[in-house]
Write a protein that binds this ligand. Structure first.
Ligand SMILES: [Zn+2]
Length: 262
């Protein structure tokens, strides 16, 4: 599979309209068993949050799963993958689910990584300078802890799919199974240095994490410190066709959502 060769210095591929996306997500979720909330940001765009409780069975202790995308507005495949999974009704019925399909709606509309005031929201989870992150955290601070968090991203420079895993307590890891699943639909990044971080060529990066040593927290750091001890940040290569990247992220999410073996 060949790269498109469109991305020069930034993402220059296809874009989507945030309002149309959010309307479609909202309508699909409302038609199912989901509760949809609009979290006000004061910016003209609200954050969409969709929650669906597990179908309860006696003696069952459902997993609590968190998914988010669209925190970088120049990464359209993440929101589209979540929309596809919602439309196909592929989220597990036996888990409590919280989905934030677009954390930077104004950025998605403009096709920019940052929000309209130039803040990279995925560096703002410590200092909370943006209205979007404040609205997000205002909601999350009233949520229970999650068993797994999955964040969907894209990388304009990557030659293939890769992911970051934060898992300091050593829970069973779906990372290598995810890479195997994605390899059927999208190239895997085999570089040994990805975005400045060393990688063993497997497409899985397990960064040394000391949130206290890094002030500009991404979403995953706040979750690690406050709500979720295992997270996956999925990165699709955005110089490939949009349909390929959506398929890659959808395959990765479906694999990640499977119950761990132990
Ligand atoms: Zn991103």
């Amino acid at each position: 599979m060949q790269r498109l060769g469109l991305n020069q210095g930034s993402y220059l591929g296809e874009r989507i309209h945030a309002s149309a996306f959010l309307n479609a997500f909202h309508q699909l979720a409302k038609a199912g068993r989901w509760t949809v909330e609009s979290l006000l940001t004061g910016t003209g765009y609200s954050l969409c949050m969709a929650h669906r409780p597990a179908r309860r069975q006696a003696g069952m202790n459902p997993r609590r799963l968190y998914l988010s995308s669209g925190i970088h507005g120049d990464e359209p495949a993440g929101p589209l993958a979540l929309l596809d999974l919602l439309r196909s009704d592929l989220f597990p019925e036996d888990a409590d689910l919280w989905i934030f399909p677009c954390l930077n709606p104004a950025g998605l509309e403009a096709g920019t990584r940052t929000n309209p005031t130039g803040i990279d929201l995925n560096r703002d989870y410590n200092h909370r300078q943006s209205a979007e992150v404040r609205a997000h955290l205002n909601y999350l601070e009233n949520c229970p802890a999650f068993d797994l968090a999955i964040m969907l991203h894209e990388d304009w420079e990557a030659a293939g799919f890769y992911l970051y895993e934060l898992n300091p307590d050593g829970h069973p890891s779906p990372a290598s199974a995810i890479v195997e699943a994605v390899s059927h639909v999208c190239p895997i990044e085999t570089a040994t240095l990805i975005d400045g971080r060393p990688c063993d060529g497997s497409g899985v990066i397990r960064p040394a994490t000391d949130p206290l040593a890094r002030p500009d927290w991404p979403e995953a750091f706040w979750l690690l410190q406050n709500r979720c001890r295992q997270s996956l940040t999925l990165e699709a290569p955005s110089d490939f066709p949009l349909a390929t990247r959506v398929a890659a992220l959808s395959a990765a999410v479906l694999c990640a959502l499977q119950k761990p073996n132990s």
